[in-house]
Write a protein that binds this ligand. Structure first.
Ligand code: SF4
Length: 78
């Protein structure tokens, strides 16, 4: 079975809501808040940068993709 990864090809659409960071924290670390999340959102309106920590395994990528209100994420297979 090919590996599946989270990608963010539409980063320019990001509104900085950080739902992706919160969801990743909740689903991957079983924690509330964005501290330690495998997804980090930085920047300011119209210039947000999404950083995904590929050193950590993100198992619930479908939930991350679906929670983004701007459809910034995709799932890629290798
Ligand atoms: S959920 Fe989407 S819009 Fe919100 S911060 Fe993450 S990438 Fe940006």
């Amino acid at each position: 079975m090919p590996a599946r990864y989270l990608a963010v090809p539409r980063e320019q659409k990001c509104i900085g809501c950080r739902l992706c960071s919160l969801a990743a924290s909740r689903y991957e670390n079983r924690m509330l808040g964005i501290k330690g999340s495998p997804i980090t959102v930085k920047g300011k309106p119209t210039m947000y940068k999404i950083q995904i920590d590929y050193g950590k395994v993100i198992k619930n990528i479908d939930k991350i993709v679906s929670i983004c209100p701007q459809n910034c994420f995709d799932i890629v297979s290798s």
